[in-house]
Write a protein that binds this ligand. Sequence first.
Ligand code: AQP
Length: 337
Amino acid sequence: MRIFSGIQPTGRKHLGNYIGAIRHYVEGQERTHTAGDLAIYCIVDLHATTVPYEPAVLRERLYDTAAILLASGLDPDRCVFFRQGDVLEHAELCWLLSSVTAHGDLNRMHQFKEKSAAQRELVSAGLFLYPVLQAADVLAYRATEVPVGEDQRQHIELMRDIADRFNARFGAGREVLVAPGHRIPEIGAKIMDLQEPAKKMSTTGGSGEGTLYVLDDPATIEKKFKRAVTDSENEIRRGPDKPGVTNLIDILAVCRGVTPDEVVASLADARGYGDLKAAVAAGVIELLTPVRERYEALRADEAHLEGVLGRGADRASAIAADTLADVRRAMGVGPVV
Ligand code: AQP
């Protein structure tokens, strides 16, 4: 078992990122460490350049994201934690894999359709190639498991196709690249916007009031849940006709580490949505307070963050270079080695 996952240093990380991805990174780190395997986590700054951005802000957000991940429990002694832009193999592998990626498949990606529609000036070729770079990220480490939220399912399926196509075209009977599986949580894979519960909570596409940030203070968390959009009934249950209430139940289930049914049962005597909202706010405050408290000290020491990322990049490079050498050899690229 080898785990790989990447996270963008864009915007501020929100509850969806935390519940759908970050907390699973920590779980995966412990699981692989215990089993003598490896978990590899990467802040994908190259991906962040595919939409308009400010270079100075990108650096700030990179440190913000690194500090959040460490504050959440990533331990560089128990996993490999690095910045994508430090390991040059990602970009080269992206180019090489583009030769076995169908243009038509990239055109079908939901994320490309949504993000390209949102661009006012330039739809970059980088945005189109985003899933190929993401495939390179994972395939460079021959990862078998990729913890992600529901929105990334299509990209993981594409990277499996890319690996299979590469092996069929260039492998000469060998599995040069490993087709990874996704690990999408049963509950919390798609946390919805608190104001527009039909839409996923999102860095770029969501509403400010409906997006709950990992670093929000308790008063803000209470306020955002109090104002969360529900429906005109008073019945606490899950269902496609109740996206707002379903979202609150699921968030509370994750916070308590129980099933949504157990959450519903525990609220049998509730006086209405007010009690549900108060319980969710309390649960999220308990979940995120330790992260927020650890964050400040970590964020203040950029030299330490650079040291951690640099050491992680050295470890990552050693693995990725090995895969790249195999890929180049299989494709007949570069000198004979
Ligand atoms: N709402 C969500 N619920 C559960 N998981 C989510 N993820 C994102 N939104 C939700 C998961 O978080 C991981 C890191 O995401 P990312 O920062 O690399 O960017 P993203 O997937 O594009 O999501 P964002 O942060 O909300 O940004 P945009 O604005 O692009 O939509 C991924 O594993 C993702 O599945």
